[in-house]
Design a protein around this ligand. Sequence first.
Ligand code: J2J
Length: 552
Amino acid sequence: MNSISDILSAVDDLLHGFEPSPPSLARCYTEAQIWDNAPLWAILSQGAQHHADKVAIKDAVRELTYRQLLEQADGIAKRFQEDGLVMGDRVVIQLSNTCYFAIAFFAAQRAGLVPVMALPAHGLAEISHFFAVSQAKGYICERILESPESLEIADTLSMSDNSLTHIYAIKHHGKYLAFHPSSQPGFTPPKVIPEHPALFLVSGGTTGLPKLIPRTHNDYLFNIRSCVEVSDITANDIYLAVLPAAHNFTLGCPGLLGALSKGGQVIFSTQAGPDHCFDLIENHSITATALVPALAQLWTEASEWETADLSSLRLMQVGGSKLAYSDALAIQTAFPKVLQQVFGMAEGLIACTRLGDAPAIIAAKQGCPVSKWDEIRIVDNAGNPVAIGEEGELLTRGPYTLRGYYRAPKHNQVTFTDDGFYRSGDKVRMDEDRYITVTGRIKDVINRAGESIATDEIEAHLLCHPEIAQVAVVPVADTHLGERIGVALVCKGEPLTLQNIRHFLKSKNLAAFKMPDELHLVHSLPKTAVGKIDKKSVPGPNGKPWMLNTYR
Ligand code: J2J
């Protein structure tokens, strides 16, 4: 049996380096019933109460009803406890999109463990970093049959000096602890405190190692509920989890947890390509899904020749990076009336367009905050608020936005204002109706011969060129200019030349000093773990990363 003192010390350790909301605000959120004061697993227990025999989750090989999902999660939760893991302990979960993901996630919640939500594409460097920061004891991973190296991280971690004591490997009968869900009716979960962290999301920044973002039971439940409300999720919805399930977008905005919270159904897909997913949409009558722009672009192109019946789809969320206006229009033509732009961040704030908005607004803007309790401040370089409609950095605070990254005091000093606003680093404009247009990242600037050039301005112009599919503008080291402007392009058909794009940019009245210095044509641009363009890894003409190492 796990002793009370083990539990107290695990919870104590969990809270070390966690920045909660100030008590006065916490009280206000509770009194206003923004915070439910419930554990995150209530989503599942309520589902099992109201929709016990309805299928909750499905993947390519299995399906589980709400009751089965709860009982199997409880079987694993009991196993965790028997193995000595206690409430407050952290576990890193790194699983692909199958039913096991949901079982493992809810098992951790039911046992009071706090999962660090790693993405399948994270490598040893990121996973080791998650262990170093969180001091997690458990690692839940899987052997992916097509990828024999998938247990290499577990092998390496098990031999190095770290906090890891329990490795659970799905689909693996070997040296690691087996993860065999077996039903456990009547399990009593430990009593978690809803103001404590329920999970750690990982930051989506494309520079440096990801930071850990503590999300509490209260804040995440509110996040999910707000997204469910604005997207009208009901028990009739069938949600396709196509981006990694551990990413905030797929997990809780409204994502798979949103669908389950209303008694809907979740279909897990390990493939994101249109041929596979279109069949899933037809076969399962999928109603809702979430994509990054590059994937939405691919689906849009494929809709021209794929013949599957996609008429069940009523909500296609697109977010994660800027959706080019021309791509939004193409989506609206290929998939009428279903597009919802989402500007979100694992740190908290979610803004989105509403399905009932005018199509022109949905194509052009990233949306307005999902909650009236989201506080937004747009500031200039000196930190002063800008006028409505002016560009500036977006700062935000609210009932589901973090107050500090986990165990990162130095970083937190510069990333949060004294009054608790999170500096997102995103450059935006906001209209009177609180609709936000993302214009870039404040630090995506090239210093060319003393001139500061925003890369997103050049990118936005180039994306209007009918022959350009994708673009990344990066600073390239230059002995004379300091930095020069490099453009990596994916063309739709005929390859373009530097001359062509300069000519095009001139026709858009772009200043001479913003003209690209160098062009590199590529077949595709590298992507981050969730599928956003990863500028840091964009290859130059010599095949090596092109961007200056010192890119700020
Ligand atoms: C431009 N930039 C965007 C958008 C995010 C829903 C949707 C996305 C995320 C996500 C998420 C953008 N246009 N529509 O968690 O729940 C960039 C911004 C932001 C950063 C956050 C969700 N949508 N971005 O992408 O934590 O720069 O979350 O600050 O991975 O992605 O990244 P991440």
